[in-house]
Design a protein around this ligand. Structure first.
Ligand code: SF4
Length: 452
């Protein structure tokens, strides 16, 4: 788990921070983000990040402290972000409940720090108390600028939350979602998509039930996680996996833990063989976020696991309808690994399918469809288009690859029980002529696949 918001420089932690960190680790917390409130606490954040491996930091001026704001602070914060464990600008925002600083200065500081974050391509951690209208106006004015934000300790309304989510921002909740009288906030939590939720404690504040009234600390993020999992009716493990990945997407923390080698869709198990491909399809998110159902399918070549890793995760292939070689990449680029896994699956009573672009013979410089005999039950080939020109435009490859794909399909027919040609359901692709082409001209099955 990641506690994305804990002010561990607060005097409440002076006496026992070592024990607080130990308790956090014992409770499954891998990272803690400590946001500053001004320049002095930003320096403390860096001291903590240097001392504790699990602490990362954010630097910025909290709205309460903007009464001392001046533009000369910006270069100082820019310099602090050069530290390799400073991963965000925060805590920044507006607070019209306490109004400790004049509102116009709060706004000026907020905007200046948002612009610094955009310039540095860092996410921001936003505080908002009773300033919804101005916060929404300001954040909306940066839509399309690349701004990425966490709205911490969210207690606004669902309509604003939905607007923020549409702008790809994240929402986090603290121990207040466990308070007895906060049914309306729990209602908001239930309507926020899981892929936009982060965990936090806001330590030393916002202590959850049953410790309310005592100092809060990062170990209690587990209580917040349990509450959100219960509201969304999913297991704690699933909630942790999703929120960890969300923290990775926003802050870049924990990417190694977030890697997915196998993932389940329906009752099939999918094998994420590689993120590499010889094509660059215009509709494919291979080079983007590359996620399916919150699973991070991004893999560098050096991170591609051996066949043993996949086999261990498959365990008993009979538990699944199919074992499918498919991710955001071309699986025949690792044909030897695919063969080894497929052999294990077939030897243990499972069913196999490979989803491919049909360039595997060219990639491997041999007819690999002959080697599919007895190992692969279904081969699904991306037809994409019936015209070489459109095929070439969609895949950003030479037109000759269209003919290579057709030749691969014909060879596969001789060696594999079930051969399918597929197209993605995007506008401009003529589905009916693709169906005709596959079924009548090539003589194989046809499938429309979802565009993700
Ligand atoms: S062939 Fe498949 S993996 Fe490769 S770029 Fe196209 S859609 Fe993505």
């Amino acid at each position: 788990m990641i506690d994305t918001h804990a002010h561990l420089f607060w005097k409440d932690f002076e006496a026992d921070l070592d024990q607080v960190i130990e308790r956090a680790k014992e409770n499954g917390i891998n990272y803690i983000i400590v946001p500053s409130t001004d320049l002095k606490t930003a320096e403390k954040v860096i001291e903590l990040a240097n001392k504790y491996d699990i602490i990362y930091g954010a630097v910025g001026v909290h709205p309460h402290d903007t009464k001392e704001w001046n533009k000369n602070l910006l270069p100082e914060f820019r310099k602090l972000t050069e530290h390799n464990k400073i991963i965000a600008i925060g805590e920044i925002g507006l607070d019209y409940y306490y109004d400790f600083s004049p509102r116009e200065i709060q706004i000026e500081a907020f905007r200046s720090q948002l612009e610094l974050a955009i310039e540095l391509d860092l996410p921001v951690i936003v505080h908002n108390r009773e300033s919804d209208k101005d916060i929404m106006e300001i954040i909306s004015s940066y839509c399309g600028s690349g701004l990425k934000a966490q709205f911490h300790c969210y207690n606004g309304n669902i309509n604003d939350a939905i607007e923020l989510i549409k702008m790809n921002h994240f929402i986090s909740f603290t121990g207040n979602i466990t308070f007895k009288k906060f049914d309306s906030l729990r209602e908001v939590v239930s309507k926020i998509p899981l892929e936009n939720i982060l965990l936090e404690t806001d330590s030393p504040f916002m202590t959850p039930v049953p410790f309310r009234g005592k100092r809060n600390e990062p170990a209690n993020v587990k209580i917040v996680a349990e509450q959100i999992a219960a509201i969304h009716k999913i297991s704690l493990e699933e909630l942790i996996r999703i929120t960890d990945f969300n923290a990775f997407k926003l802050f870049g923390l924990g990417k190694n833990e977030a890697k997915t080698f196998t993932y389940r869709l329906g009752n099939s198990l999918y094998i994420n063989v590689t993120n590499r491909c010889n094509a660059n399809c215009t509709f494919c998110d291979r080079k983007g976020v590359a996620t399916i159902n919150h699973h991070n399918l991004k893999l560098k070549k050096s991170e591609e696991p051996s066949a043993e890793v996949y086999i261990k995760e498959i365990n008993d292939p009979k538990k699944y309808d199919e074992i499918v070689f498919c991710g955001y990449g071309e699986p025949t680029l690792r044909w030897n690994v695919v063969k080894e896994i497929a052999k294990y699956v077939k030897d243990n009573g499972g069913v196999t399918r490979i989803n491919t672009n049909g360039h595997g013979n060219l990639i491997n410089k041999k007819n690999i469809t002959e080697e599919m005999n007895g190992l692969i039950d279904t081969v699904s080939i991306s037809l994409n288009s019936t015209t070489p020109k459109q095929y070439s435009e969609l895949m950003q490859l030479d037109e000759s690859f269209f003919y290579e794909m057709i030749d691969f399909t014909k060879k596969a027919k001789a060696n594999v029980k079930n051969v399918v040609m597929s197209v993605v359901s995007i506008k401009d692709v003529d589905i009916e002529s693709a169906r005709n082409f596959a079924e009548k001209e090539v003589g194989v099955n046809f499938r429309i696949r979802n565009y993700f």
